[in-house]
Design a protein around this ligand. Sequence first.
Ligand code: HSE
Length: 449
Amino acid sequence: MKPIQVGLLGIGTVGSGTFNVLQRNQEEIRRRAGRGIEIAMVADLDTERARSVVGDTAKVVGDAREIIANPEIDVVIELIGGYGIAKALVLEAIAAGKHVVTANKALLAVHGSEIFKAAAEKGVMVAYEAAVAGGIPIIKALREGLTANQIQWVAGIINGTTNFILSEMRDKGLDFDVVLKEAQRLGYAEADPTFDIEGVDAAHKVTLMSAIAFGIPVQFDKAHVEGITKLSAADIKYAEQLGYRIKLLGITKRTDKGIELRVHPSLVPTKRLIANVEGAMNAVVVHGDAVGTTLYYGKGAGSEPTASAVIADLVDIARLHTADPEHRVPPLAFQSNTLVAAGGELPVLPMSEVVTSYYLRIRVADEAGVLAKITSILAGMGISIDALLQREAGEVSGDSEGSQGVPQTDLIILTHATREGDMDTALAQIQQLPTVLAPINRIRKEELN
Ligand code: HSE
């Protein structure tokens, strides 16, 4: 059978990895796919760089629309990124009847409904294994391997940059700003790291996993997104003393009231495998009613790990190209006519309705009755304390006598599960106490059991 013809839009890190792995493993890939997979055209603004990667094996063009206009091309791989031209080209490729493979989590998390609808109308596939957790086949696992299950929750370290920064903060006892600069110097963090450090990249990825896990539309606008910029070395150290590590988690959970969809730093018990995922690695834990808890670990970014996912999608497309569209795996795992309407039976819950437990660090004047006032406010909101530490404020920060000239101490409180709205009310009251000397640090805690 004639090899499937592929057009590649953008040949940077992942594009070159895709080309190289396809070349290197072409015989095995052909045996698996049942036919060859050939990158016939490459579009990149930097045509010289493109030629230096593909030589004369593929036609190099500066204009991506030449690929879309070519009737010989069966599949378009979009590796441009972002919402702008990438969105236009993906929709044009679909309109031209081409299957699309993309690593663009931002595009799908925000415009997924429109893109999947257009693809269904045209009878083409949009595949996106590389968009979530790089080389880890988590989309395949959620969509196919776990298809028997009612998925109950998914929690993942799905941003390598922030996991690298958190690992360094813990290892070296350094604050966020210092480690970020070092990560940028070493090339682990982008010059503009906003999407990574503010949790946006992780939120794109967990939004996609949430849709697949629960059969709901992609709803990035409903995700709660918090990054790691406010974390301090002190919190990481205190968490460690209590038996926890702090990780930036993307979490989505089915509850009686609806779906939780959130990204924020979380304390995770050190004994959990995921708490020990260090450096730029990714890991995702999925809990299904039949299978129990499963863990997926690997490289979440990089040239060949991401290429591994892109090529897996190409192989799926090569196999299913001739199948009736009704009999292909649906892009969001559930048949599109069964997706639960946004805001319907399974609404994404506002953060105030999320139930979780908390780590609180409260800088207080070290005097009689302070603790009693705080615990009484917590008790008044029905919030139960799980553990409590008191530490000299100077032990970590070196300023046990603060600007007010009064002895200070840090109270570290772990709570049992409570509604976030109740915690907000309690913290607002505690913050008003004259003996509370600094903004309260609140970090959510997930037992993941
Ligand atoms: N910037 C991402 C990360 C990789 O640091 O994990 C691509 O999503």
